[in-house]
Design a protein around this ligand. Structure first.
Ligand SMILES: NC(=O)c1ccc[n+]([C@@H]2O[C@H](COP(=O)([O-])OP(=O)(O)OC[C@H]3O[C@@H](n4cnc5c(N)ncnc54)[C@H](O)[C@@H]3O)[C@@H](O)[C@H]2O)c1
Ligand SMILES: [Zn+2]
Length: 361
């Protein structure tokens, strides 16, 4: 019997999270054990079908249907959701079906959202295959697809029945995608786990990560997020802590048209910018900001390319968290301790932006 790392308890549902090597081969056993004879479907992006989708399907005792779809942020749309629903209907899926979604955060969001609306919702199991999906998007029960007018504007709160994170899948992930996920994990350390942050200070080398260290990091990062979402299902102060580093990151990502930097890389630079604001306010000791910056730079994120500074400021001003000249931001006070402030001024944001640009030169 395979034991989960933990159970995440949210108001809308509880689910076990399995983390470790070699779990793909046990997906059938885990899903079969909890779903009591429901009919499973593996839903996977075409590009991951042969490598991971078929392996998950093979772990089920009897032959199961594999449904594939177009991957990529530009396919994270209602159109793709519609295509998945069509394939489910054509394959005879019913209300007692289980969607076993294999892939990164884009796949989890798109196929997960399809599962959440198909026949008003069928059981969903996430099998995340990117580090970002394992530490972040598969936990918390949020699902969303993009609209032509903006990212993640159409979605639902829909907790999965289980999350199965096989760290073996990370072996084929490009280095920058590993760094992107590590950056979200490092963020978790600063928000809520001193020992997780310490691992980034001393042990983590993105080019030489042992399975043991990778498993430990994912478990700790999942715990930080799981503890926050358990206490606070919808977006209010506690859940907002997860946005540490994200305000300035979103500005840079928007100014770059969501190209050139991975999300995690942008968050890394965004944390450096937020720290500069915290230091300026006297909330954070400069030495601690320095330690966080060193841990971020150890992961060698891609540098911020030449960006239009005024376009970045403009993008930040368009953020829905920016109202009447003030911005909501997460600022650290110490490792493992962050606060949400709602009165960050435009001049402080410019300082934060300059600090992150300077750090990336
Ligand atoms: N729902 C949430 O709470 C939440 C939270 C954070 C992020 N997200 C969403 O997650 C998405 C980003 O997810 P991501 O970073 O996982 O990107 P992604 O899903 O686009 O995956 C990155 C690339 O890696 C490929 N890939 C996936 N697994 C692989 C593997 N094991 N080996 C080789 N290649 C692999 C994918 O096909 C893709 O090309 C965004 O759309 C974001 O909005 C959602
Ligand atoms: Zn993020």
């Amino acid at each position: 019997v395979i034991e989960p790392h933990r159970v995440v308890r949210q108001g809308s549902g509880s689910y076990p999270v399995y983390i470790g090597p070699g779990l793909l081969e046990h997906a059938g056993e885990i899903v079969g054990g909890m779903s009591g004879g429901k009919r499973p479907f593996v839903i996977v992006p075409r590009s991951l079908r042969a490598r991971y989708g078929e392996r998950v399907a093979a772990s089920f005792r009897s032959g199961i249907e594999v449904i594939d779809f177009d991957d990529g942020e530009t396919s994270k749309t209602l159109g793709t959701v519609d295509a998945i629903v069509t394939r489910l209907l054509e394959s005879g899926a019913k209300r007692d079906s289980v969607a076993v979604v294999v892939g990164g955060g884009v796949a989890g969001d798109t196929a997960g959202f399809a599962a959440s609306v198909f026949l008003r919702g069928i059981d969903l199991v996430h099998v995340p295959t990117t580090l970002l999906a394992q530490v972040d998007s598969s936990i918390g029960g949020k699902l969303a697809v993009n609209h032509p007018l903006g990212k993640n504007l159409i979605g639902s709160f829909y907790p999965p029945r289980a999350v199965i994170s096989d760290i073996g899948t990370l072996a084929t992930l490009p280095r920058r995608e590993i760094v992107s996920g590590l950056m979200e994990a490092l963020k978790g350390g600063v928000i809520g786990d001193v020992t997780l942050f310490a691992a980034f200070e001393n042990e983590v080398d993105p080019d030489a990560l042992s399975a043991t260290l990778m498993t430990a990091i994912i478990r700790k990062a999942v715990d930080v997020k799981a503890n926050i979402v358990s206490a606070d299902e919808r977006e209010s102060d506690l859940r907002r802590l997860l946005n540490y580093g994200h305000t300035l990151a979103h500005g840079v990502e928007a100014a770059l048209g969501y190209e050139q930097l991975t999300h995690g890389e942008a968050v890394g630079w965004g944390m450096i910018g937020a720290n500069a604001i915290a230091v300026r306010r006297g909330l954070l000791a400069a030495a601690v900001a320095g330690a966080i910056e060193r841990a971020i730079l150890r992961l060698s994120p891609a540098r911020i390319p030449q960006i239009d500074r005024s376009r970045t400021i403009e993008a930040i001003r368009h953020d829905k968290k920016f109202t009447s000249g003030r911005m909501v931001m997460v600022l650290p006070r110490a490792i493992g301790q962050c606060i949400v402030v709602d009165d960050v001024r435009a001049d402080e944001i410019e300082c934060g932006l300059d600090a992150m640009l300077a750090a990336s030169r």
